[in-house]
Design a protein around this ligand. Structure first.
Ligand code: 2YJ
Length: 273
């Protein structure tokens, strides 16, 4: 799993309103609406304004990422839910959050980034929430996905969650991963759920045949200008972005969904509400 860096997140708090405006232009939905759609909550769902979220710094493993907890807290606050960063980190931070009466905890180590509602027991994982959130955004950006061919690059937790969400929208899903066994595992898991996901082994061929892409892998520059048409739409939760710079410029205005944390965090929050 990619580890975020300080410069991936350092602009999030300052640019969240502009980010949301851009998202609205691309998808017709705000960040809040995408999180609601992704979490399966109804249009009339009302957020309980009395809820309090604690964001807990975690020093274990490779340690603190400068600006990470601040960015997470800023996204939650922007969405209209009270959030604070605990003064203590790790276990001490969990104790502090509980003592201050928090309802929901957000915390990340090197392997997992989770939201836990300690009052209801609901848990949301960032990888899974990110896959669902990006597919909800992609579905709006494409004005529906039923019967449309979608290629997912990367069969990790985000790609796997995206596959399930895409199938639920009626898309025809193909998966490419450099590790063939990862694609085959995803395809067989989906088959057990009664869903078909095609496995593709030739990246060039699969990019040539798809205009709707989910880039859920950490490779840079795998989607090149020659793969992009006027109808290309890309949901790219992968860090770093897999789209070549020039290609990204062509897409950026309205056909490329990409951020380091916003959609994932918003969806995690809505999932545990
Ligand atoms: O509290 C901190 O500052 C750190 N322990 C944060 C660690 C953040 N974790 C990661 O970057 C993981 N690789 C998972 C990120 C998932 C984003 N999709």
């Amino acid at each position: 799993m990619t580890r975020l860096k300080e410069n991936d997140v350092d602009q999030i708090a300052a640019t969240i309103a502009d980010y949301d405006e851009n998202l609205l232009r691309m998808t017709g939905c705000s960040l809040k609406e995408i999180a609601r759609l992704a979490s399966g909550k109804g249009a009339d769902y009302l957020v309980d304004r009395s809820l309090q979220v604690a964001v807990i710094p975690m020093t274990c493993g490779q340690g603190i990422i400068g600006g990470f907890v601040e960015s997470v807290a800023s996204i939650i606050t922007y969405l209209g839910v009270k959030a604070f960063i605990t003064e203590s980190s790790d276990a001490g931070g969990v104790a502090e959050a509980v003592q201050r009466g928090s309802d929901i905890l957000f915390m990340a180590d090197d392997d997992r980034f989770v939201a836990i509602n300690i009052k209801t027991g609901k848990v949301s994982d960032n990888g899974e929430a990110t896959g669902k959130g990006y597919v909800a955004g992609l579905e709006r950006m494409c004005h529906g996905l039923a019967g449309k061919k979608v290629l997912i690059l990367g069969a990790g937790p985000v790609g796997s969650s995206a596959a399930l969400a895409l199938v639920r929208f009626g898309a025809e899903v193909t998966i490419f991963d450099t590790i063939l066994t990862a694609s085959e595992r995803l395809s067989s898991t989906m088959e057990k759920l009664g869903c078909i996901v095609q496995v593709e082994t030739d990246l060039e061929n699969s990019l040539a045949r798809h205009e709707i892409l989910v880039d859920a892998c950490p490779a840079e520059n795998i989607i090149q200008l020659r793969h992009i048409t006027k109808d290309t739409r890309i949901a790219a939760p992968g860090i770093p972005l897999g789209v070549q710079d020039l290609g990204a410029e062509q897409l950026a205005a309205e056909r490329l969904l990409h951020d380091p944390l916003q959609i994932g965090v918003a969806t995690m929050l809505w999932e545990v509400l």
